[in-house]
Design a binder for this molecule. Structure first.
Ligand code: ATP
Ligand code: MG
Length: 387
């Protein structure tokens, strides 16, 4: 048994010993049934947060008002959340209030999809009130209860359905899907940060094209910025969310989308560089351009050419070799500075200095001159005889 699971079992046993109920719930139960690894375990309990704090000597308050206490067991943290229901969602986003309850069924009922609404006892018994296992067997994503109502409560669930379809290669159940199509516009009420999280999971899923296809078919894409064209994602495959967002920019030919989806400046910087490197690769990259990009950026740009089915007459191994065998790896390594060329030429400061340094860099990269101050000085005088 993996360590996190042993910890969950120990913690549940202690809660039960104190006279309360506790079960593993949510994604960990779904993945356990799917025999997929998942060590991110959530426990639900009939005990109130204060009662959990009284049972365990080491706890951290991470959101008591929502019922969640982090229990530290053998120095490992595990989330324990009191059974709760959520009352009226007037804004289609967040419940107006959460209520603690003593009944597991109430807690499971508020969850999004049947496969996510199961509980697992410490001894391995499933509590499966909504046919979660049957739907998993049928590879179906199915809302708990009335799909339309559930998406009215929280519009993000529509995007979560698409996300799970992309991760698991499941179909979205017909009624659930019809409800999404009908209410797709309400996705506009959801904070971009939450949307970004789900889109990131679609991009980095095992079946991104399936997710993008569902984005179109469900009408969700219409209410978000950017094109969601599943053909463009047919060959895409990455576990790196930054790579996913950069690819989204590429297929949309639009970097500003990252701002709209509240991506970080780091994400933007990454995408910008990858797209520049991509353009260089398409027109045939020059040696000097290999200096501008680090290997990770170049590799990502190279993958983009493959996913876009562009013909590049060099393999990645060759390109990497070309870069690594350059005499220098960065423009900063050039052995001379602007001061040097000014001193050698006796000319006034001006834009020519930068041009001269560029020319020198090019000469070094092309192997015309060794990157050595004395050698560069000789080369400088030889190429500037008139100056
Ligand atoms: P992942 O493996 O990506 O973490 P997950 O199923 O664990 O998937 P979480 O977002 O971690 O998803 O949520 C944990 C559980 O909480 C879900 O399995 C589901 O039961 C419930 N849940 C999460 N978000 C919602 C929501 N918006 N509406 C209803 N239930 C939700
Ligand atoms: Mg989770």
């Amino acid at each position: 048994i993996p360590k996190q699971w042993q910890i969950a079992i120990d913690v549940i046993n202690q809660i039960e010993h104190a006279g309360f109920e506790a079960f593993i719930v949510g994604g960990a139960v779904r993945d356990y049934y799917l025999t997929k690894e998942n060590n991110d375990i959530d426990i639900a309990t009939s005990a109130l947060p204060q009662e959990i704090q009284a049972i365990f000597p080491h706890t951290i308050d991470v959101g008591i008002e929502h019922g969640t206490v982090l229990v530290l067991h053998q120095n490992e943290p595990i989330e324990v959340t009191t059974y709760r229901t959520e009352s009226t969602y007037t804004d289609h986003r967040r419940p107006d209030a959460v209520h603690f309850v003593r009944n597991l069924a109430e807690d499971l009922k508020r969850r999004d999809f049947t496969m996510n609404a199961m509980a697992l006892s410490q001894s391995g018994d499933f509590i499966d009130l909504f046919d979660g296992r049957k739907h998993i067997d049928e590879q179906l994503i199915c809302a708990v209860g009335n799909a339309e109502e559930r998406f009215k409560e929280d519009a993000l669930r529509m995007l979560r359905a698409v996300r799970f379809a992309a991760q698991l290669n499941f179909k979205i159940d017909d009624q659930t899907f019809a409800a999404i199509q009908k209410q797709a516009a309400s996705i506009e009420l959801i904070a971009m940060e939450r949307i970004q999280v789900e889109l990131s999971k679609i991009f980095t899923s095992q079946f991104p094209a399936q997710g993008i296809h569902y984005m179109q078919e469900s009408n969700l894409a219409k209410h978000l910025n950017g094109e969601f064209d599943s053909r463009a994602w047919q060959y895409f495959q990455s576990e790196n969310r930054q790579v996913g967002w950069a690819y989204f920019c590429l297929v949309n030919n639009e970097l500003a989308l990252l701002t709209q989806f509240r991506c970080s400046n780091k994400d933007k910087q990454f995408a910008k560089q990858v797209l520049e490197a991509y353009d260089c690769l398409l027109k045939g990259i020059e040696k000097i351009e290999l200096l501008y990009f680090d290997v990770e950026i170049l590799h990502t740009a190279y993958q983009f050419t493959q996913w876009q089915q562009q013909t590049i007459n060099v393999s990645w191994e060759q390109l990497q070799q070309q870069k690594l065998t350059l005499p220098i790896q960065s423009a900063k390594e050039l052995a001379i500075t602007g001061q040097d060329v000014m001193a050698w030429s006796h000319k006034k400061r001006g834009p020519w200095i930068k041009e001269m340094l560029d020319t020198s860099l090019r000469a070094v990269v092309n192997g015309d001159v060794v990157n050595d101050k004395q050698k560069l000085k000789e080369w400088f005088h030889a190429t500037n005889v008139e100056g």
